[in-house]
Design a protein around this ligand. Structure first.
Ligand code: X2X
Length: 340
């Protein structure tokens, strides 16, 4: 048989064009979903994970991050379903957005369960965190690491909020879990459920008066500039993130590559938590001073004021304790009081 002398060189050239050598059964691209984009610690975490995986696997696993929950048409409450079914390959998702499918994830949204960052860590880095990860795994999703969106604070365009009575009659945009609607109803407000994509125009046009989101989100989306002038730092619920992969996609990777993807998730998650707490952790007052200089009225609750909010939402806590599972909530309360 006759081979043209150029054929080996041509083959090498074609191989180079086809990109890095991929193991059999690997896709040329994997799609990763997040709600917030790279202007926020959350979106930065998604991109960081993708970059680290590409680096560590030398391009065998090529992940592309899609923000704005765009892979589910902006409906962030459907992100977990899409991840389960394999319409999305990976996600950095919020416990709130995934709670319609995994009700136990409502744990972090129980009003005033978590007094501080130590309490969040006691749950996510302890037995309760492992228990929740086991539930996700049973549902067809492989969870790899806990990240953080943050403690959620309250902003509005109408007046300073110091007591539950101050919310009366105001319309607040709330996220997808019905637990949030219950909490705001208990406080005398009018909750309006909508996705993040719809929330920003609704706030700008005054369709709703207020919203609740972590300080990092309030700052990066510049909410003070479009009317959200009153900010109450009440830390009423926390919003951890979960780095996860669809299970069939996970199973299609070699054990060595799974290990690299897991390490990358853990590294990106650690960096994400640091970033989400930056300027907030030890220096709430610094951030508050900066905001006040920009014309925002910042309210920090005294212990007695906080107690009034706790009292007003006790009924919601009791109802949702049962929905989540009383035993799980009890284990969480114990872990928080022991600090682990
Ligand atoms: O929609 C929100 O408020 C956000 C961005 O914080 C979540 O996805 C939970």
């Amino acid at each position: 048989m006759f081979f043209h002398p150029c054929i080996p060189a041509l083959l090498v050239f074609l191989l180079m064009l086809s990109g890095p050598l991929r193991a059999e059964g690997y896709a040329s691209e994997y799609r990763l979903s997040s709600v917030l984009d790279s202007a926020f610690p959350w979106g930065q975490a998604a991109e960081r994970w993708a970059d680290l995986v590409r680096e560590k696997t030398r391009g065998r696993i090529n992940i592309r991050a899609y923000a704005g929950a765009s892979l589910v048409g902006g409906d962030q409450t459907r992100e977990f379903l899409a991840l389960q079914r394999g319409n999305i390959d990976l996600a950095v998702g919020s416990t709130i957005n995934w709670s319609p499918q995994i009700p136990e994830l409502n744990l972090f949204s129980l009003p005033f369960l978590l007094p501080d960052y130590k309490a969040i860590d006691a749950l996510t880095q302890g037995e309760v965190g492992r228990e929740l990860f086991a539930l996700l795994e049973k549902a067809g999703v492989m969870p790899l690491a806990w990240g953080e969106n943050g403690f959620r604070e309250l902003s509005n365009s109408r007046r300073a909020i110091n007591s539950p009575g101050d919310l009366k009659g105001m319309r607040f945009r709330v996220v997808g879990s019905p637990l949030f609607a219950d909490t705001f109803l208990a406080l005398g407000a009018r909750p309006v459920q909508m996705s993040w994509v719809d929330a920003q125009p609704a706030l700008a046009s005054g369709v709703v008066d207020g919203q609740e989101n972590p300080l990092s989100v309030y700052l990066a989306s510049n909410m003070g500039a479009f009317g959200q002038k009153y900010l109450t730092l009440w830390h009423y619920v926390a919003d951890p993130l979960i780095f996860a992969v669809n299970q069939r996609v996970w199973a299609s990777w070699t054990v060595a590559d799974q290990q690299l993807v897991r390490q990358a998730a853990q590294q990106a998650a650690r960096e994400n938590i640091d970033k989400a707490r930056q300027g907030i952790l030890a220096s709430d007052s610094l951030t508050a001073a900066r905001l006040e200089a920009g014309g925002v009225v910042v309210t920090q609750l005294t212990a007695a004021q906080r107690a009034a909010f706790v009292q007003a939402t006790r009924g919601v806590y009791g109802k949702w304790r049962r929905e989540i599972g009383s035993e799980l909530v009890e284990r969480a309360e114990k872990a928080i009081s022991l600090g682990r």
